[in-house]
Design a protein around this ligand. Structure first.
Ligand SMILES: [Zn+2]
Length: 261
């Protein structure tokens, strides 16, 4: 079911190939110490997401210690009843990409009114600051596409997994981070197939999200091999050379987060 898992060992051996492009995880959350150590040991460039003011501080601390890490901050839709955008504003000012922000009608019971007010406020802040937003769209894909396109805010569409409305995002100034669902979720595979060249990255959303997608416990040693297998899967779906897909994903990561790899 998860072809990616079978290629884990072969993917890991490419660490020895110095000519390979860097491996980048375009969106992740802080995991346990073992996960953080694995990201360092496996040389995984990681965009860590701070989802509330407290979490943002923890992300910043890790990023100051680890040159492979870069931060993005946004008040996550699940947290919009507990924290205000005002509390989050100093963090929004500190990063190049604001997120993850968005709406979720499936995986949380936070009132829609709280979510919507925080999302719209953060979109407006991003527009004022001239920044890109990273979007959590679960169950609210159509409404988010409308709100973002009305404001003409450039975006990163995170782990899109809806069979509808993808064309709305393809029509906007969007990057797409492909999630670990790429091995078995037709909607994720459709994003990998249709996203424009140069606008595709891969992400784990953190190791716990990999475990969720694979329906088994993913081990820290699988982090980099999983990202490598995902890039190969994206290349296969698109009929591209895998090395080229990997190079393009690394270039998109550098451009998006303003880092040198
Ligand atoms: Zn996330």
């Amino acid at each position: 079911m998860h072809q990616g898992v079978n290629t884990v060992e072969s993917g890991f051996s490419s660490l020895k190939n110095a000519e390979s492009s860097p491996i980048c995880d375009a969106h992740a959350h802080i995991g346990d110490e073992a996960e953080t150590a694995a990201r360092h040991a496996q040389r995984v460039h990681t965009a860590l997401c701070g989802t509330d003011p407290e979490n943002a501080r923890a992300v910043e601390t890790l990023c100051l210690k680890e040159p492979l890490f870069t931060a993005h901050y946004g008040l996550h839709p699940w947290k919009t009843a507990r924290f205000s955008v005002r509390e989050m504003e100093p963090w929004l000012a500190k990063c190049r990409v604001i997120g993850e922000i968005g709406l979720d009608s499936v995986w949380c019971d936070v009132p829609a009114a709280d979510q919507r007010a925080a999302f719209i406020r953060q979109l407006d802040i991003a527009r004022e600051m001239g920044k890109r937003v990273l979007l959590h769209t679960k169950g609210c894909e159509e409404e988010i596409a409308r709100l973002v396109s009305e404001r003409r805010v450039p975006c990163v569409v995170h782990w899109y997994s809806c069979m509808e409305h993808l064309e709305r995002y393809l029509d906007m100034d969007s990057y797409f981070t492909i999630g670990p669902g790429v091995f078995n979720d037709p909607a994720v595979r459709e994003v990998a197939r249709r996203a424009p060249k140069g606008r595709i990255l891969v992400e784990t959303d953190g190791l716990s999200a990999v475990s969720w997608a694979f329906e088994r416990e993913a081990a820290v040693k699988e982090l980099r091999p999983t990202l490598e297998a995902m890039l190969k899967e994206v290349a296969a779906i698109r009929g591209e050379d895998a090395a080229e897909t990997r190079r393009a994903a690394a270039a998109a990561y550098a451009e998006l987060y303003g880092v040198t790899l």
